[in-house]
Design a protein around this ligand. Structure first.
Ligand code: SAM
Length: 274
């Protein structure tokens, strides 16, 4: 299962694709920054803007140790480490992403504060009560065992720590159109109604669960990307280079699914009781 999920997300030399696109857009590989990489390394709906908006509502302090579960190529982890002066450990199931994440952290001078490992969020490689906060952006759409995934997040957090989640939840309409970024044809897709996600978080022990509907803002983001693509004006450096040749169809379907109520995107911030 984990290998097929990894193939869905990143095959081949992901790092080379990012560095080539960075160079083509005029960025020197030895002068990369958290800001200059932001168009490509926040790999979720609305990209960097969504990470920034989420970070604005999280109680992160300098010196905190955070975990990013399903961290991709590490953009959110590097942004949080640099904005808040904290340390971020990441884990991701896709090996080319893990390699790219660690090299990009070296190139941006953040390797001492951001470390990414290969692994599955359903079985985290850290002891109990390690982290002051955790996040998982756009990962759970591929996770078959929600109960285990949330129980693992809960286990590695310290009492009082926050946990933030973003995802495309299941809507009340018909089945989603495919391909979408997380699944070409419905395989390895485990969407859940937001109410059921909240129940699972509660069952894992999380409290103070604050849910925000993000469908409208995601739609604005997808429409802006589609408008640029139609005019042939997509920037060289963007998440489309991670999505591959089916990027236009995946983006269009992600938007249609929201418009037609087939998916219901959400952001959740909750807490492990003190
Ligand atoms: C849309 S990307 C999001 C990456 C990152 N969170 C971000 O926002 O930039 C989804 C990521 O989830 C990872 N993933 C999917 N299932 C996973 C699992 N069970 N454990 C760890 N990572 C997983 C994929 O490899 C991919 O990197």
């Amino acid at each position: 299962m984990s290998e097929s999920v990894a193939r869905q997300w990143g095959e081949g030399d992901v790092l080379a694709r990012i560095l080539d696109a960075a160079q083509a857009s005029g960025l020197s590989p030895d002068r990369l920054t958290v800001e200059s990489l932001a168009p490509v390394d926040h790999f979720h709906a609305r990209g960097f803007a969504a990470t920034r908006d989420l970070a604005d509502v999280l109680p992160i302090k300098p010196g905190d140790r955070l975990v990013d579960i399903g961290c991709g190529v590490g953009g959110p982890a590097r942004y949080l480490a640099s904005r808040f002066g904290c340390r971020v450990d990441g884990v991701d199931i896709t090996e080319p992403f893990v390699q790219a994440a660690n090299r990009l952290s070296e190139l941006t001078g953040l390797a001492d504060r951001v470390a990414v490992r290969l692994g599955d969020g359903q079985s985290l490689p850290w002891p109990d009560a390690t982290f002051d906060g955790g996040l998982s952006q756009h990962v759970t759409m591929n996770v078959p065992d929600r109960a285990r995934f949330f129980a693992e997040a809960f286990r590695v957090l310290r009492p009082g720590a926050f946990f933030a989640l973003t995802e495309h939840g299941l809507g009340t309409g018909e089945a989603p159109h495919h391909p979408v970024p997380w699944s070409d044809d419905g395989r390895h897709e485990y969407l859940m109604r937001p109410e059921d996600t909240v129940d699972h978080l509660q069952a894992a022990g999380f409290r103070d669960i604050d849910l925000t509907e993000t469908g409208d803002t995601y739609l604005q983001g997808y429409r802006a990307v589609m408008a640029l693509a139609e005019k042939g004006e997509l920037p060289r450096l963007g998440v489309h280079i991670l999505l591959g040749s089916s990027a236009p169809a995946k983006t269009r379907n992600a938007a249609r699914n929201i418009e037609e109520g087939r998916t219901r995107p959400i952001q959740i911030v909750c807490r492990k009781p003190a």
